[in-house]
Write a protein that binds this ligand. Structure first.
Ligand code: MF3
Ligand code: CO
Length: 250
């Protein structure tokens, strides 16, 4: 299976899918506050996606039971929203969501502080975000896929943070997960050549402590093994001959 090159019409649909998702995120970010349950975030996000006349692509994906992944503090990704999981001032919360517009998928994630957070937590969030942009600087036609991975790794290394290795970014289009897989840590091989018209979800997941993660008994929630906090930053991007287009920015 090769990496798909999207046509002009497909790219138009991807842009619109991503624009709608970014709009949902902007509204969701504003609604996050201490005292809120993670389930409330899911309900709000699900409603916003449907109001945009789109379908949440995470709901029922491999049995995932919600529309938004809500992961708090040491939860890395795929946290299941719960009525009794209440956000507290000082927490950090990672929201990950996607939607389908006219058959085309979008996917993005952000980590937010709940009220005032510690400088250490803010530093983790900022470094995770910046690592995405360092990776994406390399994301242009003619470069190789792993130039992205290597740039993310090189940026994070001086912080001493753990880069999650068990989960990776991915191609995206008519499916949520298409080829290729996009690791966030340094690779020996260069990987496939990037070409204009590829759409990719680049998504570094960075732990304040060690890189190791484990799965909770709910079969979904990924947590850090050492209990350290974790941040996530993801956008869907389009490869062009020049600068990449970041389709889910807001
Ligand atoms: N955003 C996740 C990913 O990148 C997908 C979540 S899977 C779900 O690839 F089942 F939780 F929805
Ligand atoms: Co993704």
């Amino acid at each position: 299976m090769a990496i798909k090159i999207k046509t002009e019409e497909e790219i138009r649909l991807m842009r619109e899918s991503c624009r709608r998702l970014a709009d949902v995120f902007q509204n969701l970010e504003q609604s996050v506050h201490p005292g809120m349950s993670t389930k409330e975030i899911d309900i709000l996000g699900d409603q916003m996606i449907r109001r945009h006349e789109c379908i949440p692509n995470f709901l029922h994906y491999n049995g995932y039971p919600a529309s938004i992944c809500v992961s708090v503090n040491d939860e890395v990704v795929h946290g299941i929203p719960r009525k009794n999981r209440i956000l507290q001032e000082g927490d950090i919360v990672s929201l990950d969501a996607g939607l389908i517009y006219k058959g085309y998928h979008s996917d993005m994630a952000r980590t937010f502080g709940v009220g005032a957070i510690s400088p250490e937590a803010q530093r983790l969030i900022d470094a995770t975000r910046q690592s995405f942009f360092e990776g994406v600087k390399m994301a242009k036609a003619g470069n190789h896929l792993h130039d992205i991975s290597n740039a993310i790794d090189a940026y994070i290394k001086p912080f001493g943070y753990g880069i999650v290795r068990d989960l990776v970014g991915h191609g995206i289009g008519t499916s949520l997960h298409e080829e290729p897989q996009i690791p966030n840590f340094a690779q020996f091989k260069r990987g496939p050549r990037l070409r204009a018209g590829m759409t990719l979800a680049v998504e570094p997941m960075i732990n304040m402590g060690r890189a190791d993660v484990e799965w909770l008994d709910d079969d979904w929630t990924v947590v850090t093994e050492d209990g350290s906090w974790s941040a996530h930053y993801e956008n869907t991007i389009l490869i062009t001959e020049g600068e990449p287009e970041i389709l889910t920015l807001y």
